[in-house]
Design a protein around this ligand. Structure first.
Ligand code: PMP
Length: 420
């Protein structure tokens, strides 16, 4: 560990993963000191939202309130406070109570849960669907439930940690191939002696905002006899003509064996789901532990999910607005000379380089000016590609985006920082 006062630049979470303390309940040496020394920086994380995650909201950070334009929310279609969604939740909570109060296998789930599973299967053109109580636990449970020792899983290096954790839990051999590198995927599949092989990619990558070349991935997987799972967390309802994600947009729905999605993004609630062949889903019902050994989603948000789906299906203009807003924002950022990587979507990174100190100084300066952007530090992304991430929604007005862009120009391009 480096001597002296640790700074946001000199150390990162990567330095404290392994420690030599005698007790697992005691963090590695220097961790708590580093956390204290960098509080000025990290106080930007976990702010208190004083209201709904809408385009404009109020936040409390270090006891101070800020009115901000919110570019951190996954409320992609602007449904978080839609009156029909709220009414459906209110009605259901009165009828079904506050929670499911048990595992779906033993205590059951409401008729609303079954209705949502059927609705999603029909929507996605799949035989069956299984709901999970969180996007993370569902992704982890699916991979851990399907893979076994001796299997091989090939996950894009940008794949979400929930997928990687699930793959590792399964004891299959986990290989990360370079992000969106089909040559690397092909080579890795060619090398493996494993009989059963699974390729794991995403519709839209959560840190980059780019997409996989899904036809390319499917062609390679088919050549090697591997199945494909696509995590459409950021693309379900948000992409594709009908909202069926990047699998629809890239016309590979029939070539993808398992479709995974979350309800925390365009659905604006909580939970996850897997859709696929009936026999795959039935196997998951029995072997995805995060399904069978965890409480079902509360019925009330499920009623809200049904309402959100109805609105998203009926109002494709929301998807168009989302795409237009995202394209406008990306274009304007690029005109400012900012690096938005390969983003083609409503997930827009603003890559600032290798200085964590600059990330946090700018993050606080943005907040003081009235803009809330997510700061993404190493090791969540590469050390030289630290960034802010903007999540654009259909609910942002042009005025919201223009004001946000002015603040970004002042702080990130012109270096204007009001004193703390
Ligand atoms: N998969 C992907 C690709 C994600 O980006 C996320 C979270 N952002 C998850 C799964 C986990 O979903 P949730 O936040 O709904 O638990």
């Amino acid at each position: 560990m480096t001597a002296g006062v640790p700074s946001a630049n000199s150390l990162s979470l990567a330095d404290f993963f392994i420690g030599e303390t005698a007790d697992p309940l005691t963090p590695p040496e220097g961790f708590s000191e580093w956390r204290r020394a960098t509080t000025w920086a990290t106080s930007i994380y976990e702010p208190a939202l004083l209201g709904a995650p809408e385009p404009r909201c109020r936040l409390k950070v270090e006891g101070r309130e800020h009115s901000v334009i919110n570019l951190t929310s996954y409320n992609y279609l602007g449904l978080a406070r839609h009156p029909h969604v709220i009414a459906a939740i209110q009605e259901a909570v009165a009828l079904y109570g506050s929670g499911a109060c048990g595992s779906p296998m033993l205590s059951g789930k409401s008729d609303l849960h079954f209705e949502l599973e059927t609705r999603l299967s029909e929507f996605l053109g799949r035989e069956a669907t299984l709901l999970f109580n969180s996007g993370f636990s569902g992704a982890m449970g699916c991979l851990a439930g399907l893979l076994r020792r001796g299997d091989a899983v090939f996950a894009d290096a940008g794949a979400h940690v929930s997928l990687v954790d699930g793959a590792q839990l399964s004891r299959a051999k986990v290989e990360a191939f370079a992000h969106n590198d089909l040559v690397a995927l092909d080579a890795a599949l060619g090398r493996t002696p494993a009989h059963r092989k699974l390729v794991v990619v995403e519709g839209i990558y959560s840190m980059e905002g780019d997409t996989a070349d899904l036809p390319g991935v499917c062609t390679i997987a088919e050549r090697h006899g591997a199945s494909v799972v696509v995590d459409e967390a950021h693309s379900t309802l948000a992409c594709g003509t009908r909202g069926r994600g990047m699998c629809e947009a890239q016309a590979v729905e029939e070539r993808v064996g398992l479709y995974y999605g979350t309800f925390s993004k365009a659905f604006a609630a909580i939970g996850g789901f897997a859709s696929g062949r009936a026999e795959t889903i039935d196997y998951l019902r029995c072997y995805a532990h995060s399904y069978g050994f965890s409480c079902a989603l509360p019925p009330a948000p499920v009623a809200g999910l049904l309402a959100a789906h109805t609105i998203a299906a009926r109002e494709p203009a929301r998807r168009q607005q989302l795409a237009d807003n995202a394209a406008y924002f990306r274009t304007r950022l690029r005109e400012l000379g900012l690096d938005t990587g390969q983003s083609v979507s409503h997930v827009v990174p603003i890559i600032i380089g290798g200085s964590a100190v600059r990330l946090y100084e700018c993050g606080h300066a943005l907040l003081r000016r009235g803009l809330f952007l997510a700061p993404i530090d190493y090791p969540a992304v590469a050390q030289d590609r630290i960034r802010f991430r903007a999540s654009i929604t259909a609910a942002h007005s042009r005025a919201d985006l223009d004001e946000a862009l002015d603040i970004i120009r002042d702080v990130l391009v012109l270096g204007k920082r009001e004193p703390r």
